[in-house]
Each structure stands twice: as structure tokens, then as C-alpha cells.
Design a protein around this ligand. Structure first.
Ligand SMILES: [Zn+2]
Length: 199
């Protein structure tokens, strides 16, 4: 079954976090699953992310013409990003022991890239041509290492997705209020009603 890459699946706020969140319910061994199990989804995700993450990418499109070939490096950047930054949210600091694997995965993503990044207005290079998804993913993941971003990383208490909280007073609780916030409210309401009935 193909995945529909809805806006909800891009609530991480940064390409590397949206990608980390393609593993669903990571901490539940019974229910967890990988939306990239079929590598064709990597290309479809890249296509959707080109739109949803256009601001981060400076309008440069992502391309993944050979998703089977890049699947291992994409998964490795994704999973080391998740480990490193999930740990950073929990501890409020980055564990150096998680860095080598993360940096090696990012290096693999950039190994075949020949572009220039970081110019004013061109954070991911010239928007006239597409950028390889695995290279852009590495650039996005490395950008998370900035102190001001680490301080704003959160884990959604409902679905355990990673997201960046850009709210002015840093008080965003859910990855997506419309989905996770409401589910939580509904289950609280249900518990209250059940408790009332039991009394
Ligand atoms: Zn959530």
C-alpha cells in the first residue's frame, strides 16, 4: 500500500526530523513500522518534502531517481539522527558517543554530492536544479547540531515523533495539535467518563 504523504507527516518542521518520523512508534516493538520499507516511498517522500520543506530548502527540489540504491544511506542517516537527537531531548545535551555514527552516515550521504550550500538565499544550493535527497538529508541533519535548535527539539507525548518547537514561548506540546493533541484530549475525556461511571 502506498503512503499518502500528508501535511501531518511533515510536522517535524525540519527535513531531517520529518525523515526520522518515517519510522512510526519507534519505541513500541509490537507496533513499530517503517514507511520506507518499500524504497519507492523514499522517492515519493522526497517529492512531497520538496513542497512541504521548500522554505528550509530555499526552493531547491529534492530528487531520488534510484531509491533502492540510496535506501541504506537514507535509513542510516535517519536512524542515527533519531538516536542522537532523541537522546539530546531526553538529556538536554548531546552524547558524544552517538556522534561518530551520525557523522559517518552524513558523510556517506554527501559522498557523491558536488554542490555548494549555505550561500545567502541558497541554503541548499542553486534552486534551478534539484539536489540529491541523501545529500540534502545530510545537510538538514547536520543543521540540527546548532545549540539554538537543540534547545527547541521536542518529543510528542502521544506519538513520540521528534519535532522542532518554533513557538514564541517554546510551549508547543504536540507534533500536531489537530491530530495528537485532540487524540489525547479525547482519551482523557473517555477516561473521565469511564471513571464517573465506575463510581
Ligand atoms: Zn504526535
Amino acid at each position: 500500500m502506498t503512503v499518502s504523504w500528508t501535511p501531518h507527516r511533515f510536522t517535524g518542521g525540519i527535513l531531517a526530523l520529518d525523515t526520522a518520523n518515517t519510522v512510526v512508534l519507534r519505541d513500541d516493538p509490537e507496533k513499530t513500522f517503517d514507511r520506507f520499507d518499500n524504497p519507492a516511498e523514499i522517492a515519493r517522500f522526497a517529492d512531497a518534502a520538496s513542497g512541504f520543506r521548500a522554505a528550509e530548502l530555499g526552493g531547491r527540489r529534492l530528487e531520488a531517481p534510484l531509491p533502492d540504491k540510496i535506501a541504506p544511506v537514507v535509513r542510516s542517516i535517519r536512524d542515527t539522527t533519531d538516536r542522537l537527537f532523541r537522546g539530546a531531548v531526553a538529556k538536554g545535551a548531546v552524547a558524544t558517543s552517538d556522534l561518530p555514527g551520525f557523522l559517518e552516515a552524513c558523510a556517506d550521504g554527501l559522498a557523491h554530492s558536488r554542490t555548494e550550500i549555505g550561500a545567502p538565499g541558497r541554503p541548499f544550493g542553486d534552486p534551478a536544479t534539484p539536489i540529491a535527497f541523501e545529500a540534502a538529508l545530510a545537510v538538514s541533519a547536520l543543521s540540527l547540531l546548532r545549540d539554538d535548535t537543540i534547545a527547541r527539539l521536542r518529543i510528542c507525548p502521544n506519538c513520540s515523533w521528534l519535532f522542532v518547537d518554533r513557538s514564541r514561548n517554546s510551549s508547543r506540546l504536540w507534533c500536531d495539535m489537530a491530530v495528537c493533541g485532540n487524540r489525547q484530549k479525547a482519551s482523557r475525556h473517555y477516561r473521565r467518563r469511564t471513571a464517573a461511571r465506575e463510581v
